[in-house]
Design a protein around this ligand. Structure first.
Ligand code: ACO
Length: 325
Protein backbone atom coordinates (compact mmCIF):
# COMPACT_ATOMS: atom_id res chain seq x y z
CA UNK A 1 0.00 0.00 0.00
CA UNK A 2 1.34 3.46 -0.91
CA UNK A 3 1.96 6.05 1.73
CA UNK A 4 0.93 9.66 1.07
CA UNK A 5 0.61 12.86 3.05
CA UNK A 6 -2.67 14.68 3.52
CA UNK A 7 -3.76 17.90 5.24
CA UNK A 8 -5.78 17.00 8.35
CA UNK A 9 -6.48 20.58 9.45
CA UNK A 10 -5.61 24.22 8.87
CA UNK A 11 -5.22 27.23 11.16
CA UNK A 12 -4.05 30.82 11.00
CA UNK A 13 -3.48 33.87 13.11
CA UNK A 14 -3.28 37.59 12.38
CA UNK A 15 -2.03 40.03 15.00
CA UNK A 16 -4.93 42.24 16.17
CA UNK A 17 -3.51 45.60 14.96
CA UNK A 18 -5.16 46.15 11.55
CA UNK A 19 -3.72 49.00 9.50
CA UNK A 20 -5.76 50.21 6.52
CA UNK A 21 -4.22 52.00 3.54
CA UNK A 22 -5.70 55.23 4.91
CA UNK A 23 -4.09 54.61 8.33
CA UNK A 24 -0.74 53.89 6.69
CA UNK A 25 -0.95 56.92 4.36
CA UNK A 26 -1.65 59.15 7.38
CA UNK A 27 1.31 57.66 9.28
CA UNK A 28 3.65 58.05 6.29
CA UNK A 29 2.49 61.65 5.78
CA UNK A 30 3.94 62.49 9.22
CA UNK A 31 7.33 61.43 7.75
CA UNK A 32 6.81 63.52 4.61
CA UNK A 33 6.13 60.39 2.50
CA UNK A 34 3.18 60.59 0.10
CA UNK A 35 1.00 57.62 -0.79
CA UNK A 36 -2.71 56.96 -1.13
CA UNK A 37 -5.36 54.27 -0.84
CA UNK A 38 -6.05 54.70 -4.57
CA UNK A 39 -2.40 54.07 -5.58
CA UNK A 40 -2.04 51.01 -3.36
CA UNK A 41 -5.37 49.44 -4.37
CA UNK A 42 -4.88 50.10 -8.08
CA UNK A 43 -1.30 48.72 -8.24
CA UNK A 44 -1.60 45.82 -5.77
CA UNK A 45 -5.19 45.15 -4.64
CA UNK A 46 -4.11 45.65 -1.00
CA UNK A 47 -6.56 47.52 1.27
CA UNK A 48 -5.27 46.60 4.75
CA UNK A 49 -2.61 44.57 6.54
CA UNK A 50 -1.92 43.53 10.15
CA UNK A 51 1.20 44.50 12.11
CA UNK A 52 2.51 42.98 15.34
CA UNK A 53 3.16 45.09 18.42
CA UNK A 54 6.62 45.34 19.93
CA UNK A 55 7.78 42.13 21.60
CA UNK A 56 5.61 39.79 19.51
CA UNK A 57 7.69 37.34 17.46
CA UNK A 58 7.19 34.88 14.62
CA UNK A 59 7.03 31.95 17.07
CA UNK A 60 4.12 33.66 18.91
CA UNK A 61 2.09 34.00 15.70
CA UNK A 62 3.08 30.49 14.62
CA UNK A 63 2.04 28.97 17.98
CA UNK A 64 -1.46 30.43 17.72
CA UNK A 65 -1.84 29.28 14.09
CA UNK A 66 -0.65 25.77 15.07
CA UNK A 67 -3.08 25.54 18.01
CA UNK A 68 -5.93 26.40 15.64
CA UNK A 69 -4.73 23.90 13.01
CA UNK A 70 -4.42 21.14 15.63
CA UNK A 71 -7.90 21.94 16.93
CA UNK A 72 -9.34 21.84 13.38
CA UNK A 73 -7.63 18.48 12.80
CA UNK A 74 -8.72 17.12 16.19
CA UNK A 75 -5.10 16.22 17.04
CA UNK A 76 -2.99 16.73 20.17
CA UNK A 77 0.29 18.65 19.97
CA UNK A 78 1.96 15.66 21.65
CA UNK A 79 1.24 13.52 18.57
CA UNK A 80 3.27 15.79 16.25
CA UNK A 81 6.60 14.28 15.17
CA UNK A 82 7.92 17.02 12.83
CA UNK A 83 7.79 20.83 12.84
CA UNK A 84 8.86 22.96 9.87
CA UNK A 85 8.55 26.75 9.92
CA UNK A 86 8.96 28.76 6.72
CA UNK A 87 10.07 32.26 7.61
CA UNK A 88 12.47 35.04 6.62
CA UNK A 89 11.88 36.93 9.86
CA UNK A 90 12.90 34.44 12.58
CA UNK A 91 12.82 35.31 16.29
CA UNK A 92 16.63 35.13 16.50
CA UNK A 93 19.68 34.39 14.35
CA UNK A 94 19.54 31.00 16.03
CA UNK A 95 18.04 28.69 17.23
CA UNK A 96 15.32 28.18 14.66
CA UNK A 97 11.87 29.62 15.20
CA UNK A 98 10.63 26.04 14.82
CA UNK A 99 12.55 24.97 17.94
CA UNK A 100 11.17 27.95 19.89
CA UNK A 101 7.68 27.13 18.56
CA UNK A 102 8.03 23.50 19.63
CA UNK A 103 8.62 24.58 23.24
CA UNK A 104 5.70 27.07 23.10
CA UNK A 105 3.45 24.18 22.02
CA UNK A 106 4.57 22.26 25.11
CA UNK A 107 6.27 19.41 23.28
CA UNK A 108 9.85 18.16 22.93
CA UNK A 109 11.91 15.64 21.06
CA UNK A 110 10.65 15.75 17.48
CA UNK A 111 12.77 17.37 14.75
CA UNK A 112 12.09 21.08 14.29
CA UNK A 113 13.73 23.37 11.74
CA UNK A 114 13.19 26.48 9.64
CA UNK A 115 13.07 26.74 5.87
CA UNK A 116 14.17 30.00 4.26
CA UNK A 117 12.79 30.53 0.77
CA UNK A 118 11.12 33.92 1.37
CA UNK A 119 7.63 34.03 -0.21
CA UNK A 120 8.03 30.49 -1.62
CA UNK A 121 8.84 29.20 1.87
CA UNK A 122 5.52 27.49 2.54
CA UNK A 123 5.55 25.44 -0.69
CA UNK A 124 9.18 24.51 0.07
CA UNK A 125 8.27 23.47 3.63
CA UNK A 126 5.22 21.50 2.51
CA UNK A 127 7.32 19.69 -0.11
CA UNK A 128 9.95 18.72 2.48
CA UNK A 129 7.30 17.56 4.96
CA UNK A 130 5.52 15.54 2.23
CA UNK A 131 8.79 13.81 1.31
CA UNK A 132 9.58 13.02 4.96
CA UNK A 133 6.11 11.60 5.55
CA UNK A 134 6.08 9.52 2.35
CA UNK A 135 9.47 8.00 3.19
CA UNK A 136 8.40 7.20 6.77
CA UNK A 137 10.64 9.72 8.58
CA UNK A 138 7.57 11.41 10.04
CA UNK A 139 3.87 10.68 10.44
CA UNK A 140 2.31 13.95 11.58
CA UNK A 141 3.87 17.33 10.82
CA UNK A 142 3.07 20.92 11.62
CA UNK A 143 3.98 22.93 8.52
CA UNK A 144 3.91 26.64 9.18
CA UNK A 145 4.44 29.90 7.30
CA UNK A 146 4.95 32.83 9.68
CA UNK A 147 6.33 36.34 9.26
CA UNK A 148 6.79 39.66 11.00
CA UNK A 149 7.78 41.57 7.85
CA UNK A 150 6.96 44.87 9.58
CA UNK A 151 10.34 44.45 11.37
CA UNK A 152 12.26 44.64 8.07
CA UNK A 153 10.27 47.39 6.34
CA UNK A 154 11.78 50.81 5.75
CA UNK A 155 8.86 53.17 6.46
CA UNK A 156 10.72 55.87 4.55
CA UNK A 157 10.51 53.76 1.36
CA UNK A 158 6.97 53.94 -0.02
CA UNK A 159 7.78 51.50 -2.83
CA UNK A 160 8.01 48.61 -0.34
CA UNK A 161 6.48 49.54 3.04
CA UNK A 162 2.90 49.64 1.72
CA UNK A 163 3.10 46.08 0.38
CA UNK A 164 3.74 43.78 3.35
CA UNK A 165 2.03 42.55 6.50
CA UNK A 166 2.47 40.14 9.44
CA UNK A 167 0.72 36.83 10.18
CA UNK A 168 0.96 33.06 10.33
CA UNK A 169 -0.74 30.04 8.81
CA UNK A 170 -0.28 26.35 9.57
CA UNK A 171 -1.40 22.93 8.43
CA UNK A 172 -1.34 19.55 10.12
CA UNK A 173 0.06 17.22 7.45
CA UNK A 174 -0.16 13.52 8.21
CA UNK A 175 0.42 10.09 6.71
CA UNK A 176 -2.50 8.71 4.76
CA UNK A 177 -3.37 5.77 2.48
CA UNK A 178 -4.94 8.28 0.07
CA UNK A 179 -3.35 11.41 -1.42
CA UNK A 180 -3.22 14.18 -0.23
CA UNK A 181 -0.40 15.88 -1.91
CA UNK A 182 -0.39 14.82 -5.57
CA UNK A 183 2.74 16.52 -6.92
CA UNK A 184 5.26 19.22 -6.06
CA UNK A 185 7.66 21.39 -8.06
CA UNK A 186 10.41 23.61 -6.61
CA UNK A 187 12.95 25.94 -8.22
CA UNK A 188 15.51 28.64 -7.43
CA UNK A 189 17.74 30.88 -9.51
CA UNK A 190 20.26 32.78 -7.43
CA UNK A 191 21.30 35.11 -10.21
CA UNK A 192 18.29 37.24 -9.29
CA UNK A 193 19.36 37.80 -5.65
CA UNK A 194 19.56 41.56 -6.16
CA UNK A 195 15.99 42.19 -7.31
CA UNK A 196 14.48 41.18 -3.97
CA UNK A 197 16.57 41.00 -0.82
CA UNK A 198 17.37 42.24 2.66
CA UNK A 199 21.08 42.75 2.08
CA UNK A 200 22.14 43.37 5.70
CA UNK A 201 23.56 40.87 8.16
CA UNK A 202 24.81 40.74 11.75
CA UNK A 203 28.57 40.83 12.30
CA UNK A 204 30.90 41.94 15.06
CA UNK A 205 28.01 42.97 17.29
CA UNK A 206 26.50 45.28 14.67
CA UNK A 207 24.09 45.23 11.76
CA UNK A 208 26.31 45.23 8.70
CA UNK A 209 24.69 46.64 5.56
CA UNK A 210 21.07 47.53 4.97
CA UNK A 211 18.59 45.53 7.11
CA UNK A 212 15.49 46.56 5.13
CA UNK A 213 13.59 44.98 2.21
CA UNK A 214 14.87 46.11 -1.20
CA UNK A 215 12.80 45.26 -4.26
CA UNK A 216 12.84 46.02 -7.96
CA UNK A 217 9.06 45.59 -8.21
CA UNK A 218 8.83 45.55 -11.99
CA UNK A 219 11.59 42.94 -12.38
CA UNK A 220 9.90 40.74 -9.75
CA UNK A 221 6.53 41.23 -11.45
CA UNK A 222 7.80 40.10 -14.87
CA UNK A 223 9.59 37.03 -13.52
CA UNK A 224 6.68 36.04 -11.26
CA UNK A 225 4.05 35.92 -14.02
CA UNK A 226 6.14 33.54 -16.16
CA UNK A 227 7.35 31.14 -13.48
CA UNK A 228 3.95 30.77 -11.82
CA UNK A 229 2.40 29.48 -15.05
CA UNK A 230 5.37 27.17 -15.78
CA UNK A 231 5.38 25.71 -12.27
CA UNK A 232 1.63 25.11 -12.25
CA UNK A 233 1.86 23.30 -15.59
CA UNK A 234 4.84 21.19 -14.46
CA UNK A 235 2.98 20.18 -11.29
CA UNK A 236 -0.20 19.27 -13.19
CA UNK A 237 1.86 17.18 -15.64
CA UNK A 238 3.58 15.29 -12.79
CA UNK A 239 0.17 14.53 -11.25
CA UNK A 240 -1.40 13.55 -14.58
CA UNK A 241 -4.01 16.28 -14.20
CA UNK A 242 -5.06 19.28 -16.31
CA UNK A 243 -6.09 22.91 -15.74
CA UNK A 244 -9.70 21.79 -15.71
CA UNK A 245 -9.09 19.65 -12.60
CA UNK A 246 -8.19 22.66 -10.42
CA UNK A 247 -11.01 23.63 -8.07
CA UNK A 248 -9.05 26.37 -6.27
CA UNK A 249 -5.92 28.33 -7.10
CA UNK A 250 -4.14 29.71 -4.04
CA UNK A 251 -1.08 31.63 -5.23
CA UNK A 252 1.27 33.68 -3.08
CA UNK A 253 -0.69 36.80 -2.16
CA UNK A 254 1.57 39.65 -3.31
CA UNK A 255 -0.29 41.46 -6.02
CA UNK A 256 -3.81 40.91 -7.37
CA UNK A 257 -2.64 41.62 -10.94
CA UNK A 258 -0.07 38.79 -10.82
CA UNK A 259 -2.63 36.46 -9.23
CA UNK A 260 -5.35 37.20 -11.80
CA UNK A 261 -2.82 36.93 -14.65
CA UNK A 262 -1.85 33.45 -13.44
CA UNK A 263 -5.49 32.37 -13.18
CA UNK A 264 -6.15 33.56 -16.74
CA UNK A 265 -3.12 31.69 -18.08
CA UNK A 266 -4.47 28.53 -16.44
CA UNK A 267 -7.89 29.27 -18.00
CA UNK A 268 -9.48 29.41 -14.55
CA UNK A 269 -12.48 31.64 -13.86
CA UNK A 270 -11.54 34.31 -11.33
CA UNK A 271 -14.03 32.91 -8.81
CA UNK A 272 -11.68 29.90 -8.43
CA UNK A 273 -8.91 32.24 -7.26
CA UNK A 274 -8.62 32.58 -3.46
CA UNK A 275 -7.85 36.23 -2.62
CA UNK A 276 -6.77 37.50 0.80
CA UNK A 277 -4.11 39.99 -0.35
CA UNK A 278 -6.75 42.73 -0.02
CA UNK A 279 -7.01 42.19 3.74
CA UNK A 280 -3.57 40.74 4.62
CA UNK A 281 -1.12 42.44 2.23
CA UNK A 282 1.90 40.36 1.29
CA UNK A 283 2.73 38.21 4.32
CA UNK A 284 5.53 36.38 2.48
CA UNK A 285 5.80 32.73 3.64
CA UNK A 286 2.56 33.10 5.64
CA UNK A 287 0.41 34.21 2.73
CA UNK A 288 -0.48 30.80 1.25
CA UNK A 289 -1.42 29.01 4.51
CA UNK A 290 -3.31 32.14 5.66
CA UNK A 291 -5.30 32.14 2.41
CA UNK A 292 -5.85 28.36 2.54
CA UNK A 293 -7.19 28.55 6.09
CA UNK A 294 -9.45 31.50 5.24
CA UNK A 295 -10.85 29.57 2.25
CA UNK A 296 -11.42 26.44 4.35
CA UNK A 297 -13.16 28.36 7.15
CA UNK A 298 -15.33 30.28 4.65
CA UNK A 299 -16.49 26.91 3.28
CA UNK A 300 -14.91 27.49 -0.15
CA UNK A 301 -12.25 24.76 -0.05
CA UNK A 302 -13.96 21.48 0.92
CA UNK A 303 -12.80 17.92 1.43
CA UNK A 304 -12.00 16.33 -1.93
CA UNK A 305 -11.37 19.63 -3.76
CA UNK A 306 -8.21 19.86 -5.88
CA UNK A 307 -6.10 22.83 -4.83
CA UNK A 308 -3.06 24.38 -6.52
CA UNK A 309 -0.75 26.26 -4.13
CA UNK A 310 1.90 28.47 -5.74
CA UNK A 311 4.77 30.44 -4.25
CA UNK A 312 7.20 32.95 -5.72
CA UNK A 313 9.69 35.22 -4.04
CA UNK A 314 13.19 36.25 -3.10
CA UNK A 315 16.03 34.03 -4.17
CA UNK A 316 14.61 34.04 -6.79
CA UNK A 317 12.52 31.04 -5.70
CA UNK A 318 9.29 29.57 -6.98
CA UNK A 319 7.26 26.38 -6.86
CA UNK A 320 3.88 24.72 -6.59
CA UNK A 321 2.05 21.99 -4.70
CA UNK A 322 -1.04 20.27 -6.13
CA UNK A 323 -3.21 18.49 -3.58
CA UNK A 324 -6.56 16.91 -3.01
CA UNK A 325 -7.83 18.52 0.18
N1 ACO B 1 2.49 55.48 -3.34
C1 ACO B 1 2.44 56.36 -4.36
N2 ACO B 1 3.28 56.30 -5.41
C2 ACO B 1 4.21 55.33 -5.41
C3 ACO B 1 4.30 54.38 -4.37
C4 ACO B 1 3.40 54.50 -3.30
N3 ACO B 1 3.39 53.62 -2.26
N4 ACO B 1 5.32 53.53 -4.64
C5 ACO B 1 5.84 53.92 -5.82
N5 ACO B 1 5.17 55.00 -6.27
C6 ACO B 1 5.39 55.74 -7.52
C7 ACO B 1 6.80 55.54 -8.05
O1 ACO B 1 7.68 56.46 -7.45
C8 ACO B 1 6.60 55.80 -9.53
O2 ACO B 1 6.55 57.21 -9.72
P1 ACO B 1 7.23 57.88 -11.02
O3 ACO B 1 6.49 57.29 -12.19
O4 ACO B 1 6.97 59.34 -10.80
O5 ACO B 1 8.66 57.46 -10.95
C9 ACO B 1 5.21 55.26 -9.81
O6 ACO B 1 4.54 55.18 -8.54
C10 ACO B 1 5.19 53.89 -10.46
O7 ACO B 1 6.09 53.02 -9.76
P2 ACO B 1 6.37 51.56 -10.28
O8 ACO B 1 7.39 50.93 -9.40
O9 ACO B 1 6.61 51.61 -11.75
O10 ACO B 1 4.95 50.87 -10.02
P3 ACO B 1 4.44 49.45 -10.47
O11 ACO B 1 3.25 49.60 -11.29
O12 ACO B 1 5.56 48.58 -10.99
O13 ACO B 1 3.96 48.82 -9.09
C11 ACO B 1 4.66 47.20 -7.44
C12 ACO B 1 4.91 48.58 -8.07
C13 ACO B 1 3.27 47.22 -6.80
C14 ACO B 1 5.71 46.93 -6.40
C15 ACO B 1 4.68 46.10 -8.53
O14 ACO B 1 5.83 46.26 -9.34
C16 ACO B 1 4.67 44.71 -7.96
O15 ACO B 1 3.69 44.27 -7.37
N6 ACO B 1 5.72 43.92 -8.17
C17 ACO B 1 5.77 42.53 -7.73
C18 ACO B 1 5.99 42.39 -6.28
C19 ACO B 1 5.89 40.93 -5.89
O16 ACO B 1 5.19 40.15 -6.51
N7 ACO B 1 6.57 40.48 -4.91
C20 ACO B 1 6.47 39.05 -4.59
C21 ACO B 1 7.56 38.56 -3.93
S1 ACO B 1 7.80 39.42 -2.42
C22 ACO B 1 8.98 38.52 -1.53
O17 ACO B 1 9.49 37.52 -1.96
C23 ACO B 1 9.43 39.09 -0.23
Amino acid sequence: MSRYSRIAGTGSYLPPRRVTNQDLAAELATRGIETSDDWIVERTGIRARHFVDAGVNVSDLAAEACRRALEAAGREAASVDLIIVATSTPDMVFPSSAAILQHKLGIAGCPAFDVQAVCSGFVYALTVADAMIRTGSASRALVVGAEVFSRILDFDDRTTCVLFGDGAGAVVLEASDEPGILATDLHADGKHVGILCVPGTVAGGKVLGDPFVKMDGQAVFKLAVGVLEDSARATLAKAGRTDADIDWLIPHQANIRIMQGTARKLKLPLDKLVVTVDQHGNTSAASIPLALDAAVREGKVRRGDTVMLEGVGGGFTWGAVLLDF
